[in-house]
Design a protein around this ligand. Structure first.
Ligand code: GLA
Length: 390
C-alpha cells in the first residue's frame, strides 16, 4: 500500500514524500449506540484503512484522494469552510487545534483508502483521527492517543455530525489481534484479545447511511427523555446519562414514563432507552465470553444486540435484517449483527477459522438472490489503529 500511496504522491506533487502513516477503519463487536449515553463499547481497528504519504509544507493543507480523484486544499489561517467536502474532516482537526492555541504548519499528502465510504466502517473517523495523529507527530504537539481521539471527535462535530467517541478512540488505540473495550465516560480502555479461531467477515449491504440529518440524532434525544423521570424517581442517585440506569430501574420507572408521556410516546421512550441500558450489560458479558472462547454465548449476545437495534432502537433496515437472517443459514457462523450508526451500512459476521472464504462467497450470492442487490463481503483482520509506517 505504501508504494501505491507514494506513487500517487509523486505524480501529484512532483517529489517524494517524507513520511508514511496508517489510519484504520473499525468494526464493532458489541456496544452499539451506547457511546453517547456514556456507556461501554467494544470495537476493533481493522486492516481496511488509509495509507498516507506526507510531506511538511508552510501553511497549506494540500491533499489528493484517489477515491474521488480530487486534489483539494485549504489554508490553515482561513476558517472559511473548504469546498472540498472530504477535506472538511481535516479542516475540523485544524480548527480544533487552533482553538487549543497550538502552532503548526501545513502538509502535502496523498491518500490511498481501502475503506468503503459511508458504509459504517468509519471512513470519516479514519480521516480525522489519522490527520490529527499526523499533525501531532510532524509538529510535535505533544498530544496523547486519548487527546487525539478527542480532537478527532470534536473535528467531526465541527464538520456537523453528532456521534460519540467510539470510532476515533478505537482508531487511536486499537491493537492488532484484539478488540478494545472502552468506557466512554471515563475514557479508559481495556485490550480484549479476539480468540485466534475466529475470523471476521464484514458484509456491506451497499445501502448508504448519511450521518448528517439521519434519524440518529432523534434516537439519541428519544432515549434520553427517560432521564427526567429517572431523576425524579431516584433522587438519591446521581443520574446524568442512561449509563447510570439499570434495566431493573427502567422497569420500575416504566409506569411513570407512560404516565408522563402518554401510552404511545411513553412506550416509544421506554424502548429507546431500553436499548443502551441492555446493550451496556451485553458489552460487559461479551468480555467474558471472548475470554472463554464461548462461541454459543458470543452468537447469542450478538443476536440479542441486533434484535434490540432492530426492534427497540429501530436503527436497522430491511437489507441489514436480510443480511443477518441469511448469515444464520451459512456454515461457520458464530454470530452476526448490524454495526455502526445503522439505516444501512454493514453487518459484522464472526465465523469459525477456515470458513471465512466460503462464508463470504455464500453471503454475497444469497443476498443478491434475496434482494437483487450486489453486496460486498470483506474478509478482514484486526490491526493497529494508527501507526507511522517505516
Ligand atoms: C456512529 C457514531 C459512533 C456510534 C455509532 C453507533 O458510528 O459515529 O459514535 O455512536 O454510530 O454505535
Amino acid at each position: 500500500m505504501i508504494e501505491k500511496s507514494s506513487k500517487i504522491f509523486e505524480e501529484k506533487f512532483g517529489e517524494k514524500p517524507d513520511l508514511y502513516y496508517w489510519s484504520s477503519g473499525r468494526v464493532n463487536i458489541i456496544g452499539e449506540h451506547t457511546d453517547y449515553h456514556d456507556g461501554f463499547v467494544m470495537p476493533a481497528a481493522i486492516d481496511l484503512g488509509i495509507t498516507w504519504s506526507v510531506k511538511k509544507n508552510g501553511g497549506e493543507v494540500r491533499g489528493y484522494t484517489e477515491k474521488f480523484d480530487e486534489m483539494g486544499q485549504f489554508s490553515i489561517s482561513s476558517s472559511e469552510r473548504t469546498k472540498f467536502e472530504w477535506m472538511l474532516y481535516l479542516q475540523g482537526v485544524v480548527e480544533v487545534l487552533k482553538k487549543k492555541g497550538k502552532n503548526f504548519g501545513g502538509v502535502d499528502f496523498a491518500i490511498h483508502s481501502t475503506i468503503p465510504i459511508g458504509s459504517g466502517l468509519s471512513s470519516s473517523s479514519s480521516l480525522a483521527t489519522g490527520f490529527a495523529y499526523i499533525l501531532n507527530d510532524i509538529y510535535n504537539l505533544g498530544f496523547s492517543r486519548k487527546d487525539i481521539a478527542q480532537i478527532a471527535c470534536e473535528a467531526e462535530w465541527w464538520y456537523g455530525t453528532n456521534g460519540g467517541i467510539m470510532d476515533q478512540y478505537c482508531i487511536a488505540n486499537g491493537e492488532k489481534g484484539s478488540a478494545i473495550m472502552i468506557d466512554c465516560r471515563a475514557l479508559t480502555h481495556e485490550i480484549i484479545p479476539i480468540p485466534k479461531n475466529i475470523e471476521l467477515v464484514v458484509f456491506e449491504t451497499t445501502i448508504r447511511h448519511k450521518q448528517i440529518n439521519s434519524p440518529y440524532a432523534l434516537r439519541r434525544e428519544q432515549a434520553h427523555e427517560a432521564i427526567s423521570v429517572m431523576k425524579e424517581l431516584y433522587k438519591n442517585k446521581k443520574i446524568e446519562k442512561l449509563r447510570d440506569v439499570t434495566f431493573e430501574m427502567l422497569e420500575t420507572a416504566k409506569p411513570q414514563i407512560i404516565k408522563k408521556y402518554g401510552e404511545k410516546e411513553g412506550e416509544l421512550i421506554y424502548r429507546r432507552s431500553k436499548h443502551p441500558i441492555t446493550e451496556n450489560e451485553r458489552v460487559l458479558k461479551m468480555k467474558n465470553y471472548l475470554k472463554k472462547d464461548d462461541f454459543e454465548k458470543i452468537g447469542e449476545t450478538m443476536a440479542e444486540c441486533h434484535k434490540s437495534l432492530r426492534d427497540d432502537y429501530e436503527v436497522s433496515c430491511k437489507e441489514l435484517d436480510e443480511a443477518v437472517e441469511i448469515a444464520h443459514k451459512i456454515k461457520g457462523l458464530i454470530g452476526c449483527r448490524m454495526i455502526g450508526g445503522g439505516f444501512g451500512g454493514c453487518t459484522l459476521n464472526l465465523v469459525k477459522k477456515g470458513t471465512a472464504q466460503h462464508f463470504a462467497g455464500e453471503i454475497e450470492e444469497m443476498y443478491r438472490k434475496k434482494t437483487g442487490i450486489k453486496g460486498n463481503p470483506y474478509i478482514c483482520n484486526t490491526h493497529h489503529g494508527l501507526e507511522v509506517i517505516k
